[in-house]
Design a protein around this ligand. Structure first.
Ligand code: MN
Ligand code: MN
Length: 474
């Protein structure tokens, strides 16, 4: 563990022995914890889609001196130690490279996380009218408990791409005087049948219809309420009903993330899985000015639906980027590329399930993650007999322990719940396919995949410190 700890009798009976990070901070450090969390709170309040995250991350990276790999390739620019390069993958995924003094084939130190989050997407033909109400038909994205997404103020974020290629950005429901939209639920008075259904059937996928209007257009035709909504969209965004075919609009919880708890020790916000790891990984990258082996921060899309597609971790975009950089660093070769990947180490960061005192039955107390106990390492995830997990090597874990201890990072180890209780997956196993050392790590979260998730500020801060320690020591 990060600090020498004395096990109490209670510890031995099954409470994990580890010191709460809050207890180690000086007044100045505590301020640093709160300040860092405030920057994070603003980031997740403003960035609620993978596109918005990518845009903001690239803005910050450019301010840190990162240059576009595409431009470097076009100009035939030579790259060398200390150069900072970014890769923008279709506006939905990002890779940041800080080039090291050692050749790429010595391997890279990679911080990975994902920037997509569970949400409710509009269908390609979304708008309809029913009994003089206008609604959007939706298809949810990622694993959600559908009943959690009704009776909430929702905002619409996304893009509509017109036939001429014009990209129209849409954000409705975030400004204080903006309207919000949402999904209705049945009143309790008439719910006797609904209340008998099991939780997965209470609200079904096709019931997630977003109410967006109720005023009929004067002199309108049959569907005058829908016509009125289309007229408003035309006026505000210059888009037509057909344009939804080439749109990506995501319904997400409306409003800013908030400090949580009377002691302000936590943050409640949407999309903390996995932006809590993405933000801290990116900030750790920015703390390093020079490095021995090349550092990478890889922030990808589509993790919540299996890491598929061009912007997900299964895509070759990262491997291609390394090949391009290798060429600009003095010469690409297939063998060198393979060595670069196989000699790498990675922290595949994603959220862990935090121990919840309301639901103790699903966790095994010695091997679960707790708020306040810092950066989480999951040697393996998966389900049943570790199916689908990336089981990190003990040798690698030992190096990480040493790095964390050297930098006095508070960390903990964890599994996702009790054996046979369920399970989950991350991007770890995909990168491990290159033969590199990969381990799952990250931040503990409560309410995972709910509209409003909760993280602990000290855990966020220890994640940052842990990522910096990783980049410095590995
Ligand atoms: Mn998730
Ligand atoms: Mn995740």
């Amino acid at each position: 563990m990060a600090e020498k700890q004395t096990e109490t009798a209670k510890d031995k009976k099954g409470t994990k022995p580890s010191k709460n990070a809050w207890l180690k901070y000086t007044k100045a450090e505590k301020k640093a914890v709160y300040d860092f969390a405030e920057g994070y709170r603003k980031f997740i309040s403003d960035c609620k889609t993978e596109r918005e995250c990518t845009e903001e991350i690239l803005r910050m990276a450019k301010a840190e001196g990162y240059i576009d790999l595409k431009e470097a390739v076009a100009e035939g620019k030579k790259l060398s130690a200390g150069d900072k390069v970014f890769v923008n993958c279709m506006g939905k995924a990002v890779a940041l490279f800080l080039l090291g003094t050692k050749p790429l084939e010595d391997g890279m130190k990679i911080l990975g996380a994902h920037i997509d989050s569970p949400r409710i997407d509009l269908k390609q033909v979304p708008l309809y009218e029913d009994t003089e109400m206008a609604l959007f038909d939706t298809h949810y994205y990622g694993g959600i408990k559908k009943y959690q997404w009704v009776t909430l103020p929702l905002a619409l974020h996304g893009v509509v791409v017109k036939k001429d290629g014009t990209v129209v950005k849409v954000v409705i429901g975030e400004a204080a005087d903006d309207p919000v939209v949402g999904i209705t639920d049945l009143l309790i008075h008439l719910s006797s049948k609904q209340m008998e259904k099991n939780a997965s059937k209470v609200i079904e996928g096709e019931d997630l219809n977003i109410l967006v209007g109720s005023i009929p257009l004067k002199d309108g035709e049959k569907e005058a309420v829908k016509e009125n909504i289309l007229a408003l969209l035309k006026e505000t965004y210059d888009i037509t009903e057909d344009d939804f075919v080439s749109a990506e609009i995501e319904a997400v919880p409306a409003g800013a993330a908030r400090d949580f708890g009377i002691d302000r020790s936590m943050v409640m916000g949407y999309g903390q899985d996995d932006r809590v790891c993405a933000y801290s990984s990116m900030k750790a990258m920015f703390e390093l000015k020079e490095i021995d082996r090349t550092a990478v921060c890889l922030l990808v899309d589509k993790e919540e639906v299996g890491s598929v597609g061009a912007t997900g971790m299964h895509s070759r975009f990262f491997e291609n980027a390394v090949a391009e950089i290798m060429e600009l660093c003095g010469g690409y070769s297939g063998l060198k590329l393979r060595r670069a990947l196989a000699n790498s180490q990675m922290l595949s960061s994603d959220v862990s399930a935090a121990y919840d005192p309301n639901y103790p039955a699903v966790s095994e107390k010695k091997n679960t993650a707790y708020f306040g106990k810092g950066l989480v390492f999951n040697k393996y995830t998966g389900s049943r007999g570790k199916s689908g997990s990336n089981d990190a090597n003990a040798e690698y874990m030992a190096r990480l322990r040493a790095a964390m201890e050297k930098h006095k990072v508070t960390f903990q180890t964890s599994e996702l719940g009790k054996v046979d209780e369920g399970g989950g997956g991350t991007i770890a196993y995909i990168m491990a396919n290159y033969g590199m050392e990969v381990i799952d790590s990250g931040v503990a979260v409560l309410n995972m995949h709910a509209p409003w998730e909760i993280t602990g500020k000290s855990d966020l801060y220890e994640a940052l410190r842990g990522y910096v320690a990783f980049l410095k020591e590995l």
